[in-house]
Ligand binder design. Structure first.
Ligand code: PLP
Length: 450
């Protein structure tokens, strides 16, 4: 492994709640945080260092993005070099070589599946881009009646209006008006009665994909543009696809000419021990959204992958006309491209996807050792992801998991919680000793938790 950069701690630790006020923090209980701040000063490898000098083991790869571990020298150097060489270049009617090289390199990761890449700056933008590609694709092929989009309950597709419309989390939707019209949702596949404590993919639930057939019949196939799902739902608590479920979605989409979009913002770049979840499950979508691990979380970047035929459908316009009226000032930003190249180098050189695969058995066993601990009502795992579902305290949903989160942080472990579910996704450089520490700390905390 190459070196991790060593960032010195800030000299002043004189943070007070007043200093923290102006930043309106995203997806955060702002007042709780500002009364009891958890501030990180630096990071290297598997650890953060807090502003008070404590080592915090990263059980979540930041926010599911730092797959190669923190502060990688190679990425830092590549970013520095790039800013010194070509800091910015438009990609509207202009270009620069490394964006093209990166696109070539990305499609080569799954050459049978995809042949074009559209660059964005985040997962949310990737999702909105994919939905727009789907709508425009049908229209330019003369099927402009296909305007409906189908998502799934408990799906998370970021926070753009497209993403929250196809997403299935009511708190993310209810404040924001009527959203985009013409969206319907499949049921989620999470069922504790049938599948609690499954190791790997659960056995029960493939038939839930048949709901798509029902929705198709309800709305008529000619009205449906695309179906979007996360192959493994991450943000709503690690919900795994039942055996055969994704295959059935694929079959139904094929039957009715509907595009299937896999949102791989979390599962992309090695999380399941393969390049992408599509490779893990052997089910190919028409469009695939990615972000996060593409640059190891260092520089914001996303990419939408398109299967052969989609880009070509747009190429009927006169040669000097813009074919797709969409893009971002920072699409294919040279600095992000440099970070992505260096990240892909590290993944390859260190065999990190294979590493994730080879550790997944140890991970599974470690996670399932928590079975008899207080409050645990389910454990689930795949690749280097795990969900630990806790029984909610009556009348106080989320309180127990949040208490566990705070206690873990006090003991030097960063976990992530959603509802009363703990979601774990360590960097792929994790060692067995770190896995022991993650599971050991959680076990200790669960004994004491409210
Ligand atoms: C599956 C999925 N899609 C989209 C997003 C949104 O990504 P971003 O926060 O980069 O916009 C996320 C973020 O966690 C995600 O998990």
């Amino acid at each position: 492994m190459d070196n991790f950069t060593q960032t010195p701690l800030p000299e002043s630790h004189s943070w007070t709640p007043e200093n923290l006020e102006a930043f309106w923090m995203p997806f955060t209980a702002n007042r709780q945080f500002k009364n009891q701040p958890r501030l990180l000063a630096s990071a290297a490898g598997m650890h953060y260092t807090s502003v008070d000098g404590r080592q915090i083991l990263d059980g979540t790869a930041g926010l599911w993005c730092v797959n190669a571990g923190h502060s990688r020298e190679k990425i830092a150097q590549a970013v520095y070099q790039q800013i010194s060489t070509l800091d910015y270049s438009p990609t509207f009617q202009m270009g620069h070589p490394i964006a093209f090289e990166l696109a070539n390199r990305l499609v080569a990761m799954l050459p049978q599946a995809f042949d074009h890449v559209f660059f964005t700056n985040s997962g949310s933008e990737s999702v909105d881009t994919a939905l727009k590609i789907a709508l425009a694709y049908h229209r330019i092929r003369g099927e402009g009646t296909r305007t409906r989009l189908i998502g799934r309950e408990r799906g998370y597709h970021g926070v753009g209006f497209g993403g929250i419309s196809v997403g299935g989390i009511s708190a993310n939707r209810k404040f924001f008006g009527s959203l985009i019209p013409g969206v319907d949702h499949l049921s989620h596949t999470h069922n504790l009665e049938k599948n609690a404590f499954s190791q790997g993919q659960p056995q029960w639930g493939a038939h839930l994909a048949d709901e798509l057939e029902r929705l198709v019949m309800l709305h008529d196939p000619s009205t449906i543009a695309a179906v979007i799902v996360e192959p493994v739902a991450g943000s709503t608590g690690v919900l795994l696809p039942p055996v055969g479920y994704l295959e059935r979605l694929r079959q139904i989409c094929d039957r009715y000419g509907i595009l299937l979009i896999f949102d791989e913002v979390i599962t992309g770049f090695g999380r399941l021990g393969t390049s992408f979840a599509t490779e893990y499950f052997g089910v190919m979508p028409d469009l695939m959204t990615t972000a996060k691990g593409l640059t190891n979380g260092t520089v914001p970047m996303g990419a939408v992958f398109a299967r052969p035929g989609i880009y070509q459908a747009f190429m009927d316009a006169p040669e000097n006309a813009i074919e797709f009226f969409h893009g971002y000032t920072y699409s294919g930003h040279p600095v992000a491209c440099a970070a992505a190249h260096a990240t892909l180098d590290i993944y390859e050189e260190e065999g990190l996807f294979e590493r994730a695969k080879s550790l997944s058995g140890y991970w599974e066993e470690a996670i399932h050792s928590l079975r008899d601990l207080p409050h645990v009502i389910d454990l689930r795992n795949l690749g280097l992801v795990a969900g630990i579902e806790l029984e909610s305290i009556a009348g106080k949903p989320t309180a127990r998991a949040f208490d566990v989160f705070l206690r873990c942080y006090e003991r030097g472990l960063l976990i992530r919680t959603t509802g009363d579910i703990i979601a774990l996704s360590p960097p792929l450089i994790v060692e067995k000793s770190h896995i022991d520490q993650i599971v050991g700390t959680i076990a200790e905390v669960l004994q004491a938790a409210i």
